[in-house]
Design a protein around this ligand. Sequence first.
Ligand code: AHR
Length: 483
Amino acid sequence: MQVNLLVDKQGPTISKYIYGQFAEHLGRCIYEGVWIGTDSDIPNENGIRKDVVNALKEIQIPVVRWPGGCFADEYHWKDGIGPIENRSTIVNTHWGGVTENNHFGTHEFFELIRQLDCEAYINGNVGSGTVQEMQEWVEYMTMNGESPMANLRRQNGQEEAWKVAFFGVGNESWGCGGNMRPEYYADLYRRYQTYVRKYGEHNIYKIACGANVDDYNWTEVLMKNAARFMDGISLHHYSIPTRVWQDKGDAVNFPEEQWYSVLEHAQYMDELITKHSTIMDKYDPEKRVGLIVDEWGAWYNVEPGTNPGFLYQQNTIRDAMLAAITLNIFHKHADRVHMANIAQMVNVLQAMLLTEGEKMIKTPTYHVFDLYKHHQDAELVDSYGDESNHVTYTASKKDGKLTVSLCNYDLTETREITLSREKGEFEIVEAEYITADTMNAHNTFEEPEAVAKKEFTSYIVEKGTLKVTLPPMSVASIITKEN
Ligand code: AHR
């Protein structure tokens, strides 16, 4: 396979927010995965796991979406403020019917954001919340001067207002967030977003609830009626090997055909973005409004013996391929995709990290986010060349470096890829990869490094070309000097 890199041509910036995370009050994501409380024996800072924060900082996560998901539309933020022992409990009806004690609330979330040194994406409640409730939450979080909500925040121990970079007005309003029709939601969106006011110095990027997968009519109606009131519109698409919700397929013990079927389903993201974006172009030819893919990833049957409502699944080298394929698609659409949030950050669906008591492991997906972090806020480098089956890639440049990431998701075939640049030489700075010998290789608490990042050496640099030999089931990132 031959790839010619047009290094001098100007391309769009790959927003770092494409590497966003999603953390919902679902199963063991927030509780156990992030929040363990200040009395825990597990090392924590202000109740938040240190191992999890340190691991996430290594991959430079830029933003976390919270508190849901479906949970967002039944979350009443005032339940989660004030002294922890006085907080009221609710039932998490969507996710296992468990009792939610609201110990992790607004203050704890912003403590997490502080520790991660990233941005906050708050998802508001339209489904079962009022306009007043949403307005007051925004005032509580972002108002620095004198006001009832700012004073309440101070009473609860937080003097300075926080920064809310992104705010979602409802989640899946076509489904768990209220079963609305697009016409009805478009009007509600216009109304609710009016009160997502700018109290502080920072603008809040407002996100309308967008389509479920290929519901193009939803995008059409929202863009037609509400585009001028939004900065972004969301899109959700999960990859399922069988396409059957009742039996999605096993995360680890899957047949060979499910390797390819789930990766094919992931590639549907390209068509979805293209088609939704084409509709958006009609109303927003300047591409001011971002397509925010705030839920994506693989969804399998839960691990045997675990609560079906907790969505706990293992993560194999197959998921690493899925992550690389999807990130490459997002990069390609960098002009329209302003943010994406993989579902979910810890212990739920296609997670970065899994925890068990005091133990924590990094998943193969985590390692792809690590290998790909060099593309955050980098300029996309255009390219042309032959197509090759089962290979996908991205090239980008930033800070005097050119990074090429390549994924060979073939199960058996090694691929030879020759990269060339119009002028200048390839001067290697660093090259790393992940791979495995079996298609269901994964990390466990007993063997946490079964799939881990290693130095990549299977390349030859020759006058203006870089010849890469990429083994099956592998993802590599090669950083060179831009020169
Ligand atoms: O990520 C799990 C769930 O999937 C979210 O809560 C919901 O928005 C989606 O249906």
